[in-house]
Write a protein that binds this ligand. Structure first.
Ligand code: NAD
Length: 495
């Protein structure tokens, strides 16, 4: 079944029909129609999967997807046209350019927390780049997975973009097949398995992973605004966001103020009882529900802490005075629990962050330019946001991805197209002017070598510069010709 889908996609790709821009644009339009026509069905599936509010679905998943589709459609001709690059003296008359070309068949393995965006946004890039793609939605968000399986073939070329559903065995079967790129979103443990499987065919991978994203609140900042933005970033989708602030670092003197501001914001967002708020989600399943509760064990609850197993409900929770070696600090929380760790100064914060795995995101709240500068220059993370949370995800001119343990490769906007294209180096020469090539041919002599050196080291021409150079040469030649003609004419005896 899995092999058949891959073979069909390979055959479709080899037919060449995904290469013309017209086809790619048609498929992108069809994908846009799918999410427009079925917005209500998508929201209903997410309500069942994650108790997601109907209005959060466009905000958190569909608008970003729509933006990427529209961008790809409008910029596709630019992105896929040859990018001319600098030449040297030896290649001054040649075509020297980079051509984006399709990779072939891409495997897209999606995750469950934003099942539409995380599965279809890579697909946008795969289509735009002219690839075939096998789409494997996460089985954990099962309602979304079966809707993707039902809808995609109704809108897209179903041989070129088959959907394979299923869990671990099906994904492992897929991973045995040969792909030209694997785009995986999920946890780091499975990320390693994906990379291992990919290595058997030397298949390149994009790994969109997670980790613990720190959030530093400096004493010198508007704490009320900072906590409002953090509360939104943390508790949206019930904390099940790869770039949610995982924990807060702050000075002990502001800890209580931070807790109070978060308490007031939670009340404003979700009312007295978050459980009955349409805007507050649920944990995806019992496995994750129990995992998160176990992480909270032994922590001092400052806010929330309630749970209801029958609904996979965990209240928005803040833990105070958490120690760095506490259990909750040993793995990504991926749920609505926010530990606060107190820390004395910025140097200690930088050290705390740098001693750990490189995070997917880092958040810094401060009004002090020196603090911001130090945090930006002395730490590393996939992305960083100053004075907000999550928002870099919405800027599709920024590459979205991790570094080190939080992943490799990036996407969104043109970055997805680039990630799923091969950037082919093209040098198109003519067979004329063979004498110019002599310096590189044997038998080599010192003078040939020095000429070769001169030609190879010169790097003067971009496309425009080459045109200018040719214009100057042409002008000199024309001028020479004109003078020669004039001399001849002046020498002619007047009849
Ligand atoms: P998940 O359980 O949905 O797994 C992701 C995919 O991997 C699924 O399609 C699943 O079928 C497959 N899979 C699971 N186990 C496998 C195995 N043993 N062998 C082969 N395939 C397997 O999602 P998850 O891993 O629970 O997702 C949560 C994690 O993903 C978090 O760490 C989160 O931070 C990260 N994440 C990262 C991003 C990002 O963009 N960087 C986005 C969302 C989630």
């Amino acid at each position: 079944m899995e092999k058949q889908a891959v073979d069909k996609a390979r055959e479709a790709f080899l037919s060449g029909r995904s290469r013309p821009l017209k086809y790619r644009k048609q498929q992108l339009c069809a994908l846009l129609r799918l999410i427009t026509d079925h917005q209500a069905d998508i929201a209903a599936a997410l309500k069942q999967d994650l108790h997601r509010s109907d209005l959060d679905t466009p905000l958190l998943e569909l608008i970003g997807l729509e933006k990427d589709i529209k961008l790809a459609e409008s910029k596709l001709s630019d992105w896929s046209s040859p990018q001319h690059v600098q030449r040297n003296l030896l290649t001054i008359t040649n075509d020297v350019y980079i051509q984006a070309e399709p990779l072939g068949v891409v495997l897209i393995i999606g995750a469950w927390n934003y099942p539409w965006a995380l599965t279809l946004q890579p697909l946008v890039g795969a289509i735009a780049a002219g690839n075939a793609a096998v789409v494997k939605p996460s089985e954990v968000s099962k309602n979304s997975a079966s809707l993707i399986k039902e809808l995609l073939p109704q809108y897209l070329d179903k041989e070129m973009y088959p959907v394979v559903t299923g869990g671990v065995p099906e994904t492992q079967e897929l991973l045995k097949q040969r792909f030209d790129h694997i785009f995986y979103t999920g946890n780091s443990t499975v990320g390693k398995l994906v990379m291992e499987a990919a290595s058997h065919h030397l298949t390149p991978v994009t790994l969109e992973l997670g980790g613990k994203s720190p959030c530093y609140i400096d004493k010198d900042c508007d704490i009320a605004v900072a906590c409002r933005r953090i509360t939104w970033g943390k508790f949206t989708n019930c904390g099940q966001t790869c770039i949610a602030p995982d924990y807060i670092l702050c000075h002990p003197s502001i800890q209580n103020r931070v807790i109070e501001e978060i308490r007031m914001t939670l009340q404003e967002f979700y009312g007295e009882d978050p459980k009955s708020s349409p805007d507050y989600g649920r944990i995806i399943n019992l496995h994750h529900f129990e995992r998160i509760l176990a992480l909270m064990d032994g922590g001092t609850v400052a806010l929330g802490g309630e749970s209801d197993k029958t609904q996979c409900y965990i209240a928005p929770t803040v833990l105070k005075d958490v120690l760095p070696h506490a259990r909750i600090m040993q793995e990504e929380i991926f749920g609505p629990v926010l530990p606060i760790i107190t820390i004395s100064d910025v140097s200690e914060v930088i050290r705390f962050i740098s001693e750990r795995e490189k995070p997917l995101a880092l958040y810094v709240f401060s009004s002090d330019k020196k603090v911001i500068k130090r945090m930006l220059s002395e730490t590393s993370s996939g992305g960083v946001v100053v004075n907000d949370a999550i928002m870099h995800y919405t800027v599709n001119s920024l590459p979205f991805g991790g570094v080190g343990n939080s992943g490799m490769g990036s996407y969104h906007g043109k970055h997805t197209f680039d990630q799923l294209s091969h950037h082919r180096a093209c040098l198109v020469r003519s067979l004329a002017m063979e004498s110019l090539n002599k310096p590189r041919y044997p038998p080599l002599t010192p003078s040939r070598l020095s000429r070769a050196r001169f030609f190879l080291l010169s790097r003067l021409c971009s496309c425009e510069q080459a045109v200018c150079a040719w214009a100057v040469i042409a002008t000199i030649l024309a001028l020479g010709l004109f003078i020669a003609l004039l001399v001849v004419l002046l020498k002619e005896p007047v009849a």
